[in-house]
Design a protein around this ligand. Structure first.
Ligand code: IPO
Ligand code: ZN
Length: 421
């Protein structure tokens, strides 16, 4: 063969020797802290645009004026293969906060920089605490042993990663478990929501409201788990705290509501989101669809990590990318129904969990969390995120389970929020 190969052979050789894997890129939004980490990982990746976003926190200036706290948020087109490394860097040594959101397009990512306005005509619900009879009857029925059992089952899967067969199996198990708890009630449906681009489905249990069904409540947790970059079919990612604890906490609330045939006036949705670890994808998809359908969600509660007590305080209410009025309501619920508990406050940055998907759409959302930012479970995103490393107990998670039940009944039992005059 002459030294110079005829062109067609070269092309053929190229074609035969292996297809060129087109780099698949995705559009993400992320806070400045995470963006600087991304630049270290991939110096050639540049911000497409950025904007100072309101975090929802109001600070006091020296002259006593209230000043909104903002965070610089970027839109970036990034090679999808870099995202696990970015997630590792954000969680490494817990020095960084926040995360990133994967969007379906550049347009959707750009829209995220200007958080959607609240739905026209919707007003904050009445945060009065006036269902003590029902709540005090149900609270003692919540059992930490049941929460422990669910965490055991979910962390028993090899992993619950969004792209593996185990991740699909875990979603199927949650759906069948919630179906069993629903016991055939005609006003309760369980569905698995398919998402495009990956096999793991989110699970949604809906209790249709009696006479105020148009107003909805959402209580969520994420069902996927990860050990960061390199997670694959055979990786061991138990995710006992992150976030089997959240799913188990919600499952125990469902069990007690069903066992007592509780019928809310508002519609209540319990959601186990897929693919939170890879850019809040499941909750972003679901929250976007709710906004597109103009669904009147009056409140969202996110439980992501509820079982590792890192501080003396019991429940930390996160104040960025959440709603201040609903956060105050959570503090009231704890004071009323769990008066011995201590409450702390902290911030975790842009897109640190699924509540951010709802906040971005203009919905009221809150994140009660296991600890302060600097003291959360050091084992998450490793094969050591196990029950054993949380003392083989679910006492801490029980506090969040009680908070979630009181939230669901106090807001679920109300008639229509008074329309703005
Ligand atoms: C997470 C959430 C808030 C805080 I403060 C620290 C850590 C966990 C979240 N980033 C995650 O990985 N959820 O799966
Ligand atoms: Zn996580």
């Amino acid at each position: 063969m002459s030294r110079l190969k005829p062109l067609f052979v070269l092309i053929a050789g190229f074609a035969v020797s292996g297809t060129v894997h087109a780099r698949s890129t995705v559009w993400i939004t992320l806070g400045d802290d995470a963006y600087l980490l991304l630049r270290q990982i991939s110096p050639q990746t540049k911000s497409n645009e950025s904007r100072q976003l309101n975090t929802g926190i109001v600070a006091r200036s020296l002259t006593g004026q209230s000043v909104p706290v903002t965070e610089k948020v970027h839109v970036v087109e990034v090679d999808e293969s870099l995202l696990p490394k970015l997630s590792d860097a954000i969680h490494d040594k817990r020095r960084h906060c926040g995360g990133f959101i994967v969007h379906g397009s550049q347009t959707e990512a750009r829209v995220a920089l200007a958080p959607a306005p609240k739905l026209a005509g919707t007003v904050a619900p009445n945060y009065q605490i006036n269902d003590q009879v029902v709540v005090n009857k149900l609270l003692p029925q919540l059992q930490d042993s049941n929460i422990l059992g669910t965490i055991q089952t979910l962390s028993g899967y090899q992993n619950r990663f969004y792209a593996t067969s185990h991740g699909q199996a875990a979603s199927d198990w949650i759906a069948s478990n919630w179906k069993q708890l629903a016991g055939g009630r005609s006003d309760v449906t369980i569905e698995q929501v398919a998402h495009s681009g990956y096999p793991q489905k989110s699970v949604v249990l809906t209790i249709k409201g009696k006479d105020n069904a148009a107003e909805e409540l959402v209580l969520g947790a994420h069902l996927d788990s990860t050990i960061g970059s390199g997670t694959g079919e055979n990786s061991r990612a138990p995710g006992a705290d992150d976030d089997a604890s959240g799913v188990a906490s919600l499952t125990e609330v469902i069990r007690v509501l069903m066992a007592n045939n509780y019928q809310p006036r508002r519609t209540i949705k319990f959601m186990a989101y897929a693919a939170e670890e890879v850019g809040l994808r499941g909750s972003n998809d679901i929250a976007t669809r709710h906004k597109q359908q103009k669904t009147n969600v009056v409140g969202v509660l996110q439980l992501d990590m509820t079982n590792y007590q890192g501080n003396a305080e019991d429940i930390f209410i996160y104040t960025d990318y959440t709603n201040a009025a609903q956060n105050a309501f959570l503090a009231d619920l704890i004071k009323t129904y769990q008066p011995a508990l201590k409450v702390g406050y902290d911030q975790c940055g842009y897109a640190c969990s699924d509540h951010a998907s709802w906040n971005k759409q203009g919905y009221v959302a809150s994140l009660p969390f296991e600890s302060s930012f600097s003291n959360y479970n050091p084992y998450i995103h490793t094969s050591k995120d196990t029950l054993a490393n949380m003392g083989n107990q679910a006492q801490h998670a029980l506090k969040f389970t009680k908070l979630a039940l009181s939230y669901a009944v106090e807001l679920g039992s109300d008639g229509p929020a008074l329309k703005a005059r």
